[in-house]
Design a protein around this ligand. Structure first.
Ligand SMILES: [Zn+2]
Length: 234
């Protein structure tokens, strides 16, 4: 029985090199067994990739059957409320979210992000069908969903077309968090019929601006930027 002189791993009699560290094996007392079968296959096995259309059909059948089953149970068995709309809405959202993964279309990513936003809005609408009033849907859900969708699309555009690095990505992110927070307070105050004023959102906005100033200082000073990159491994 041989052992690797470099890493000490126990070696098979048929091995010519250590399978762990690739050190050549040379044992004068035990020659390499060339007749016995090797413990590992010599050729790499490959598993066929799943076709996108098959994956799409599987996903559609799973989500479609779940939606249909819940709809039928809701209609025939438990018909006190339209609870199945929640599950049908989730299945619809998942289907829209996974479209880019299962279908190899050449549409730009912005179209898919827009569709994701519309799917979330549709889900909120289905929930609103079960609530006594739909005002919250029109005055909160729609503007918040539209704002988040727009900010995500802008973020994707900036990363893909303007400048893509961890530091610049952080600047875009904190700027958008500030804008989103102020927008949220505006929508909530409008929904509650309150006068416009920035209270809690101002705190978040000021913090985001301070972080942005620090990040912009780092990114515009080349020596500082390199020092940060070396220390943070980015
Ligand atoms: Zn070894």
């Amino acid at each position: 029985m041989s052992y690797c002189v470099n890493c000490g791993v126990q070696l098979d009699r048929t091995a010519r090199r250590c399978p762990l560290c690739n050190t050549p094996i040379l044992n004068p007392k035990e020659t390499v067994d060339t007749t016995s079968p090797t413990p590992y296959p010599k050729e790499k096995g490959q598993v066929d990739q799943v076709k996108h259309t098959d994956l799409a059909i599987l996903l559609f059948s799973v989500l479609g059957s779940t939606s249909a089953a819940c709809g039928l149970i809701n209609f025939f068995v438990v018909d006190k409320s339209s609870w199945s709309l929640y599950i049908i809405g989730v299945c619809f959202m998942l289907w829209v979210f996974f479209i880019p993964a299962v279908l190899s279309t050449k549409l730009p990513i912005y179209v898919f992000l827009l569709l994701d936003g519309i799917a979330v809005a549709v889900y909120c609408f289905l929930i609103s069908l079960n609530t006594p009033s739909r005002v919250w849907f029109l005055e909160l859900a729609v503007p918040i969903t539209a704002t988040i969708t727009l900010l995500v699309i802008i973020f994707a555009f900036l990363i893909r077309n303007v400048h893509a690095s961890i530091l610049s990505g952080a600047i875009y992110l904190f700027t958008e968090i500030g804008i989103l927070t102020v927008s949220l307070e505006c929508f909530i105050r409008s929904f509650l019929h309150m006068e416009f004023a920035m209270t809690w959102s101002a705190i978040v906005l000021i913090c985001c601006v301070c972080i942005d100033i620090v990040l912009i200082t780092i990114i515009t000073r080349s020596r500082l930027r390199e020092a940060v990159r070396r220390r943070m491994h980015i």
